[in-house]
Write a new protein. Structure first.
Lengths: 132, 1343
């Protein structure tokens, strides 16, 4: 059972997402960090298979967090979760080390993205494909 | 002429069949060179007119043409000639019956039968084209002819020698006919000319000579002549010998025949016999032939290589071992006209100079021809010798005279010229070097040998012989050894022991010219006297005839027995022939007879012969009639012989006799010894005598030359005496003139100085001596060395100027005593108009100078007054004609001198007033009374129409009590009049002014006080004037007055000096003062005027106004700032609001919607399988609706506030905007940004982004295009944004633009941030909107 860390500042969304993943998938959410700082602290004591990172975070944003994580835990895959569909965010995220970028819209899409990344593939939401 | 001339056979030969043999080369006359110069054209034309077209001759004309000009010569000759004439331009083959003319600037050469052009070597030097051409012609065609026509100079004179030498003919135009006789005379002077005559004659002679050539020729070899011709030739030579005294029978026959042939050609004789006949008939022909036979042409340093060798190898040897007591003796045999001799002398002198040789150099030059010797003695040669003689030699040894060179005295004195026959006359002796060039070749071989002997005799041991290039002594004699075979230099064998024997050259009696046509003595039959003598001899005593040398001339028949032949070679000497017993007696008898010239008897002597003693007496007597002959008679006494039979006494006698005989025999032996000694001595004496003869010959030559010199000197002396007489007469005249001049100079007392061209004093008068402190010894000193009393520094330059320009210089100078002198420097012309110096005269003009100076000063004063006075002055005569007027006059009336002077003064009046004016003028002029200074005041009109008021004074000029002119002095008083008016006006103004006007002195004392002052300060004028101004100044401001006065003194003026003053009743009033310094006519400040204005009320109002103004301004400022802040706040809050909404949309609403989506997903799962499809469907619809909401909110959020703008900066935001425009509006936007774009503050960045988005939306809405350009640039602290498209555009000034809300909004808002917008658009021409925003202080370090 793959273990996830979710970095999301919006508590409503975070709770919904945790519940959705627990009930409908065989993924385990080890913890939810509301900020980048909190995520780094959690990871010091946890072992996870994947980090799901919201792009817009207070204080340090998600892309910078991914860059740090990629430096500290090069083997740990990160998947970006964002309400923005701007292609520039996608590019910068992948450049920082993210393995996928999934747009907040369809829950099934998130599941699919997590599965792809865990399987070692790069995943981008279909909406992004449409755009570019 | 060389001996190896080619033979020439002519088919048309000869009138005599016997003489048909190889012919001597006669002048073929195929080519004729003609030299001419000045005046040559006319001569050439007449010459060629006389030449027939078929003469068979080629003519080449060489003249001196200016190299700068084209020559028409060929055309000019052609017009006079039947032969065709061409100017040579390129190498041209010569053909007969043609005339070739030299072109300008070139010289002509003959080469291979063609004419060639060559450059002139010395274009500036003496002209030598003719000489050069003739020389070249001679080398190629020696048998041609040269003709010299009119011309100056001597060109051609050398060239004809070459022609002549090669056997050509020389014809010269008669100098009297020639326009310029220089060239003809120079040619004639060479003595080589064959004919002289008018050109037409020359032409005819030339043609005739050519025809002779065609019909006749002589054989080359005299052996081939017929016996008859041989005989004739001998007769010709005999004729020459009898006429000239010179025998040419030893000369080579071919040479003689060739020369005779030439003469035959010229005398038009076709046979030798004919020529002999002509020779006998014509008195001069013998001389001509003689002359021709002697032709020897030489030139200076001819055959220069040989001369160089001579100079190097032989000349130094001549000086070796010579001391200053020795003489270098050299003999030039056959010197002709002297060139060779002078050449040699030049080398000798050069060597003597080089060695600093102290001894003498003596050169003998001999020639047979008297004319040649005479020519050589003059030592004058044509200018063309410059080609042969080096420049240094020319300069040292020659002097240039006209176009000739003359040898200098140094050279001339070294050479002794003598007429001398090498074959007959004794030679010179003890000579170091003999040169004999081109003489031997003309002589027969045997004669050559004889001459070699002569040379051998004449030379010292080791002496040198220098022969011509075709001559040699080898094979002729072995007396010389070869030094340089090629250059023909030989040396006499050293043998000192060899007998110096004078060769027997004199084989004929010395030739004395016989009178013309004297018959040779014929052999005659014996005369009766001779028969008589023979008979007498038969019966008379035996006798013999001897000459003074004791040689037997004749014997009588019976004399034989007294004679006895001796052993040894036969002799005719009588003393050797007679019996020994008779020898002594005969010798003494002969001696006495010769000495005393009378008969001598010798008593009988005992002679034994025929076995018997004989007593023989001798009688010797000179033959009467002056002949140096003696008759010796032998007389025998028969009886004495009988008596001589021996007796007794005879026996005694016999013993005595025997003893006597022994004594006699001893005496005889002694005598014989003495005789032998005598003979030896005699032989020696004879040798000495021969040497003396040589020396004598030398003396004879010297004497001859001295005599020639003496004659010249005598004639010169006579001339000199004549000249002397003339000079004496001139002298008397001169001393008279000199005396006159001396007196004249003293009388005029004009100091005069004569200087030569070097400024040396040549002569001076007493006056000049005084001025220049000259002493008689100062003559010849340079004037600039002296310290004159006169102050004349320019003297030297003046003198040089006068010498240079020849125009006199006149000056006035001052001396140290203050006297003035008029100096005149004039060129000194000699009588033949040469300027040799200057004459300087000093005339004392002190008196007149002082008057003049005074007059000048007076004139200057007058002139100054006249020129500078402001009063107009005019001088006019009785009729009113203006004589003169001064500048002020012209200025006053506006006329100039040309218009007025010489005209009536009245023209300055209007036309209608002129007549009156003149009449009035005349009236005044004529009035008896002299109004001392009549003054009129009148109004006049100037030329430009303006009016002036003038005041006129008149005075009169008189001469001899008669009025001659009127001087009118007119003063323009217009200004004065106007000033008077102005003063009145001013006073009125001052009095009526509302301001107080006061004046004061610089001490502060009031001098005027107007009505307003009375009112303002309460003092009346009477009270105030004379008081101090301090009375109206409040006590606490009294210091002001000091300051005001100080500034006034500095000339300053004070305007609006606001202060406080005090009235009479102590009330203070605010006043504004205008204080000005007052100046007198000289500009000196003497007081001040002061205008005071009461400004109390005005001051208060001003204060209030200023206060209001300041308040207002600060308020406006505050408001402006508020507005600005408001705008910024507005923008910022708008942004803030947008961001807030955006944040809500994104952070909250969106997240919620997203969560909802998750919940719906979970709901759908929980509903699955329970409530059927309806619920499922509904949920699906909700899901879709939610999805759309999420999309919408997302794009709304972004649009409201693009996150990139806040996070990234303007450039990135614009790129994002561009992608948005493309995606949403289909507009492709190109963004160009400068590299150095600074970071822009947050608020401004947002504002600018909105402007750009607004403008791009305008493009989408109005432009109708799918592309647009956004360009950002930063320059001069300004951000420049350009948004442009190629769309349909609009009228930027039209209403559409005015009504565009978007643009209006941007315009308004951009002004708030101090920027501005510019729209550039026209219908159909696209749109360009430019925004410019200052960035000063708006750049944030980051955002």
């Amino acid at each position: 059972m793959p273990v996830l860390l979710i970095v999301e500042d919006n508590a409503i969304l975070a709770n919904t997402l945790v519940r959705f993943l627990r009930e409908q998938t065989d993924l385990t959410v080890a913890a939810v960090a509301p900020t980048a700082q909190a995520a780094l602290e959690k990871l010091a004591n946890l072992t996870v298979d994947l980090v799901l990172v919201d792009v817009a975070l207070p204080s340090m944003n998600g892309i910078d967090l991914v860059a740090m994580l990629h430096e500290q835990y090069p083997e740990l895959p990160c998947l970006m979760l964002s309400g923005h569909t701007g292609i520039e965010y996608v590019g910068r995220s992948l450049a920082a080390g993210a393995r996928g970028y999934v747009v907040k819209s369809n829950p099934q899409d998130i599941v699919k993205a997590v599965e792809h990344v865990l399987a070692g593939k790069i995943y981008l939401s279909e909406e992004l494909h449409r755009k570019s | 002429m060389t001996a190896d001339n080619s033979l020439d056979v002519d088919a048309h030969d000869s009138t005599s069949a016997k003489d048909k043999h190889p012919a001597v080369t006669l002048p073929q006359l195929t080519i004729v060179g003609i030299g001419a110069s000045a005046g040559g054209l006319a001569a050439l034309r007449s010459f060629f007119t006389a030449i027939p077209p078929d003469s068979g001759i080629t003519f080449v004309v060489v003249v001196h043409l200016s190299p700068e000009h084209e020559s028409m010569l060929a055309d000019l000759i052609q017009s006079a000639s039947a032969i065709s004439v061409t100017q040579v331009t390129v190498r041209v083959k010569m053909v007969p019956n043609h005339v070739y003319v030299i072109p300008p600037g070139k010289r002509l050469l003959v080469s291979d039968g063609a004419l060639e052009l060559a450059e002139l070597d010395m274009p500036q030097g003496p002209r030598m084209q003719i000489d050069l051409f003739f020389r070249s012609l001679a080398e190629e065609h020696g048998d041609g002819a040269a003709i010299i026509l009119s011309g100056t100079g001597s060109d051609g004179a050398v060239g004809i020698q070459a022609i002549k030498e090669h056997g050509g003919l020389i014809l010269v135009q008669e100098p009297k006919e020639a326009e310029y006789d220089g060239m003809p005379r120079s040619a004639i002077a060479t003595g080589l000319v064959d004919a002289v005559g008018p050109v037409v004659d020359l032409a005819q002679r030339l043609v005739a000579a050519k025809q002779i050539r065609v019909t006749y020729a002589l054989p080359e070899d005299a052996e081939l002549l017929s016996a008859e011709s041989q005989d004739t030739l001998s007769h010709i030579l005999t004729e020459v010998r009898t006429r000239t005294g010179h025998d040419f029978s030893d000369y080579k026959r071919p040479t003689i025949l060739r020369r005779i042939g030439r003469r035959m050609q010229l005398t038009r004789q076709r046979t030798l016999t004919g020529y002999l006949h002509y020779l006998r008939q014509d008195d001069n022909e013998a001389q001509h032939l003689f002359h021709d036979l002697l032709i020897k042409v030489t030139q200076f340093f001819r055959d220069s290589e040989a001369w160089t060798t001579l100079e190097k190898t032989v000349i130094p040897e001549l000086f070796a071992n010579k001391t200053s007591h020795d003489t270098v003796r050299v003999w030039t045999a056959g010197c002709a006209s002297g060139e060779e001799a002078y050449s040699l002398a030049i080398l000798l002198l050069e060597q003597a100079t080089f060695l600093n040789f102290g001894g003498r150099v003596q050169l003998f030059a001999s020639d047979l021809s008297h004319e040649a010797i005479a020519h050589a003695r003059t030592g004058i040669y044509p200018a063309a010798i410059a080609a042969d003689v080096s420049e240094e030699q020319l300069a040292r040894f020659f002097t240039e005279e006209d176009s000739h060179y003359r040898v200098c005295n140094e050279l001339r004195e070294v050479v002794l010229f003598a007429q001398h026959n090498l074959l007959e006359d004794p030679p010179f002796s003890r000579v170091d070097l003999i040169t004999c060039r081109n003489l031997l070749i003309y002589l027969q071989r045997e004669v050559q040998a004889k001459i070699c002997d002569t040379f051998h005799y004449a030379l010292r041991p080791n002496g040198y012989l220098f022969l011509g290039s075709a001559e040699s002594v080898e094979g002729i004699t072995d007396l010389f050894q070869v030094i340089d075979r090629h250059h023909r230099i030989y040396q006499r064998h050293t043998g000192e022991h060899e007998p110096r024997v004078l060769p027997a050259v004199s084989i004929r009696p010395e030739g004395k010219p016989l009178p013309a046509r004297t018959q040779l003595p014929q052999r005659m039959r014996p005369a009766a006297a001779e028969i008589h003598q023979l008979r007498l001899e038969e019966i008379g005593p035996p006798s013999l005839l001897v000459d003074t040398n004791y040689y037997v001339l004749h014997l009588s028949e019976s004399v034989g027995r007294y004679l006895v032949p001796r052993g040894g070679s036969p002799t005719v000497e009588v003393l050797q022939l007679v019996r020994p017993e008779l020898q002594t007696g005969l010798r003494s008898a002969l001696n006495r007879a010769i000495e005393q010239g009378k008969a001598v008897f010798v008593p009988p002597m005992l002679v034994h012969f025929d076995n018997a003693p004989h007593l023989v007496a001798l009688w010797v007597r000179p033959v009467p009639g002056g002949a140096k002959q003696l008759l010796v008679l032998f007389m025998e006494d028969e009886e004495a012989s009988v008596e001589g039979v021996p007796t007794d006494t005879d026996r005694q006698h016999a013993a005595i006799v025997q003893q006597l005989e022994v004594e006699l025999l001893q005496s005889q032996r002694a005598l014989q010894e003495f005789d032998e000694n005598y003979e030896t001595t005699l032989e020696e004496l004879r040798a000495a005598n021969e040497e003396l003869k040589s020396i004598n010959e030398e003396y004879r030559s010297t004497l001859e030359e001295l005599e020639t010199g003496k004659e010249e000197l005598q004639s010169v002396n006579e001339e000199l005496q004549l000249v002397n007489q003339e000079l004496n007469a001139k002298m008397d005249e001169l001393s008279q003139t000199h005396g006159d001049l001396q007196n004249f100079v003293l009388a005029t007392n004009i100091a005069t100085l004569f200087l030569d061209r070097q400024l040396r004093i040549m002569r001076f008068t007493p006056g000049a001596a005084e001025l220049f402190n000259l002493l008689p010894t100062d003559q010849n000193r340079t004037i600039t060395d002296l310290r004159p009393k006169v102050q004349y520094e320019l003297l030297e330059s003046d003198v040089r100027k006068v010498i240079a320009n020849l125009t006199p210089v006149v000056r006035e100078v001052l001396d140290v005593e203050g006297r003035w002198f008029l100096v005149q420097v004039r060129p000194y012309h000699t009588l033949n108009d040469r300027v040799v110096g200057v004459v300087i005269t000093f005339t004392d003009v002190t008196a007149s100078k002082e008057i003049e100076l005074e007059r000048q000063a007076s004139e200057a004063r007058f002139h100054q007054v006249w020129e500078t006075t402001s009063d107009a002055m005019v001088l006019s005569d009785a009729e009113g004609i203006v004589l003169a007027a001064n500048p002020a006059y012209f200025e006053l009336y506006g006329y100039n001198a040309e218009q007025l002077v010489g005209q009536s003064f009245a023209i300055i009046f209007p036309a209608e007033a002129q007549k009156d004016a003149i009449e009035q003028y005349k009236h005044i002029f004529a009035s008896e009374v002299n109004p001392l200074a009549p003054v009129f005041e009148s109004r006049v009109e100037r030329a430009d129409g303006s009016q002036r008021i003038v005041e006129t004074r008149m005075s009169f000029l008189s001469a001899k009590g008669q009025r001659t002119a009127m001087l009118s002095t007119i003063r323009d008083i217009t200004e004065r009049k106007q000033a008077e008016q102005a003063r009145v006006m001013l006073a009125t103004i001052v009095q009526s002014s509302g301001d107080a006007i006061v004046s004061k002195t610089l001490d502060g004392v009031i001098t005027s006080w107007n009505a307003a002052a009375e009112r303002m300060f309460g003092y009346t004028a009477e009270e105030a004037i004379g008081q101090s101004i301090l009375m109206i100044i409040p006590p606490e401001l009294q210091h002001e007055e000091q300051e005001i006065l100080a500034r006034l003194r500095r000339g300053e003026r004070m305007d609006h000096y606001d202060t406080v003053r005090m009235t009479r009743d102590g009330q203070l009033i605010d006043v504004s003062l205008n204080i000005s310094p007052m100046r007198d006519a000289f500009g000196h400040i003497f007081g001040a005027s002061k205008i005071a204005r009461d400004i109390t009320a005005r001051k208060r109002a001003e204060e209030a106004l200023r206060h209001l103004n300041e308040t207002l301004e600060s308020r406006v400022h505050e408001r402006t700032e508020q507005v600005r802040q408001l705008v910024t706040q507005l923008t910022m809050s708008e942004q803030e609001e947008r961001r807030r909404i955006s944040a809500i949309l994104h952070d909250d609403l969106q997240q919620r919607l997203f969560s909802l989506n998750f919940q719906l997903a979970m709901l759908r799962r929980s509903l699955a399988g329970e409530n059927g499809d309806d619920a499922q469907q509904l949920i699906h619809e909700i899901e879709e609706a939610l999805d759309e909401s999420v999309q919408m909110t997302r794009s709304l959020s972004v649009d409201l506030s693009p996150p990139v703008l806040h996070n990234e900066g303007l450039a990135a935001a614009l790129l994002w905007l561009a992608s948005q425009m493309k995606q949403q509006q289909g507009l492709a936007v190109t963004v160009q940004t400068d590299e150095g774009l600074p970071l822009i503050g947050d608020d401004l960045r947002v504002l600018l982004f909105q402007f750009i988005r607004e403008l791009l939306f305008n493009v989408v809405k109005h432009a109708g295009v799918s592309t647009a350009l956004v360009a950002l640039a930063y320059e001069d602290a300004q951000l420049r944004i350009e948004v442009s498209d190629q769309g349909q555009g609009f009228d930027a000034n039209g209403e559409g633009y005015q009504n565009s809300q978007g643009l209006l909004r941007i315009t308004r808002r951009i002004q708030l941030i101090d920027g501005h917008m510019h729209v550039d658009s026209s219908p159909g021409g696209g749109t360009r909107v430019t925004l410019q925003v200052p960035l000063q202080g708006r750049m944030h370090p980051g955002s």
